[in-house]
Design a protein around this ligand. Sequence first.
Ligand SMILES: *Cc1c(COP(=O)(O)O)cnc(C)c1O
Length: 221
Amino acid sequence: MLDLDFYQNIKKELANGQTELVAVSKTKPAAAVQALYDQGQRIFGENKVQELLEKAESLPKDIEWHLIGHLQRNKVKYIAPFVSLIHAVDSLRLLKEINKEAQKNNRIIPCLLQFHIAQEESKFGLNWTNAQALLTSEAYAQMKNIKIVGLMGMASFSDNQEQVLAEFGQLASYFQRLKEQFFAQDPSFKELSMGMSGDYKLALQQGSTLVRIGSALFGQR
Ligand SMILES: *Cc1c(COP(=O)(O)O)cnc(C)c1O
């Protein structure tokens, strides 16, 4: 069930314009997306390529679709023609593939580097060393059809607010350091994608510019 009160309230909370809402519609029907679209929402996030394609096909063309989940290289080609932002780039190999498919579509695709900031074990996400290696690589220097516009991360799934706040703070500090080191002359490096239904208030305290919110808007999955 779409929670319109939550939507109106978070729109107010974000009214200073520094943070955008990504409405995460995964597992929810296209009708739910349309209902929120009718309230004025334009940015939607999906974590699976197939589901994103099906929804993009049937819904209004001015929706900005964000791929927020792990992306397999062999699926990049399907979203390259239209995706607005890819949140979870965590390897040079994936970035190369995105660059290649973007080139075929004559586009520059905005991407975020995903960092691993949670305590939980995960296969996904860069650490500081990996990110340095990626950004100083010759291959990255040659890429003309991608643009890294910021970072993304997921905090631990935990009730410990201090912990979650510290993890978002860690991501914010990676962002600042990379900005100084690699993007000082590049105003488009400005996005910090962090915060979900359960922890977005903490993410906002640490300077989130994109909150990715699903269940609080669309109901439990
Ligand atoms: C599902 C998902 C979200 C939204 O989670 P909620 O807790 O439902 O708000 C945010 N980010 C990513 C990467 C997700 O997969």
